[in-house]
Design a protein around this ligand. Sequence first.
Ligand code: PEP
Ligand code: MN
Length: 337
Amino acid sequence: MIIVMKHNATPEQIKDVVSQVETFGYKAHLSQGTERTIIGVVGDDRPIENHTFELLSGVDKVVRILQPFKLASRDFHPENTVIDVRGVPVGGQQLTMIAGPCSVESRSQLMETAHAVKEAGATILRGGAFKPRSSPYSFQGLGEEGLEMLAEAREETGLPVITEVMSPEAVPLVDKYADILQIGARNVQNYALLHAVGRTRTPVFLKRGLMSTVHEWLMSAEYILSGGNHQVMLCERGIRTFETATRFTLDINAIPLLKQWTHLPVFGDPSHGTGKWELVSATGKACIAAGADGLMIEVHPHPETAMSDGAQSLKPEKFGQLVADLRLLAPALGRTL
Ligand code: PEP
Ligand code: MN
């Protein structure tokens, strides 16, 4: 349920409503829009009497949110959420290009890639230090050493960094280095991990699960939001279908659907979504045309020797071409890049 305050509601009236909500044993989350304040009331699923709150002064109306996700819903926060990642705005008019290698493999590989993607127009650097691999015999990542390299690359290029965290225990360590905590597709329903990142105040990049419906995915976002971390981004990275010609099926439908249902920034990841570098540029542009706020693209200077996901990695020049294409497309969509 949400409590919509009148637009001239005073801070005291808002405070009073929040304390009433808490008296009833619920949690109040404030959404301060340019027009008015909305108070999200969440807790257990017990029905709440609307009229109890409708009578309080400063309250305009009380609205029940029909979707199971509450804090993620546009009803709670009608305007797009714009997240500030070390000065880079995510979710606003400007498109965000996240690029870098699937895995951090060595200092020289990361630095070369970081400089190249920055030159090509990336605004955030990606790189996995803890890798969720399908086989325990595959490269598992450099761990903390990889995180240190990411911090060094940030220092050298000025690009904020995003990297994956795979377990609740690792959150404090990864949080020490990362500007954005990535939750991978395989962990989208790891509720202990969602709780743990929800307790931080670091932006979270939540990938869609291989088998997640859009509803399930938004409920995972709700875990993070209800912990008080309101800086969540969603990333469509392909789902498993009967089609095996591509690695996954990039669900373009999900992008405009999410833009309707939620205020959170939405990304497309055509690298994992297709598994083939030849398809990345076309499907990346499709994500942006469908309303995505940005892309996550795997880039490697020598994809043939990559320790993970070489087949879907773009060389820096190809990534540069994609950004150049998007710079032409962006104005037609009312976006900038
Ligand atoms: C990744 O970004 O390298 C990754 C492992 O992604 P996903 O969790 O979407 O498979
Ligand atoms: Mn990858």
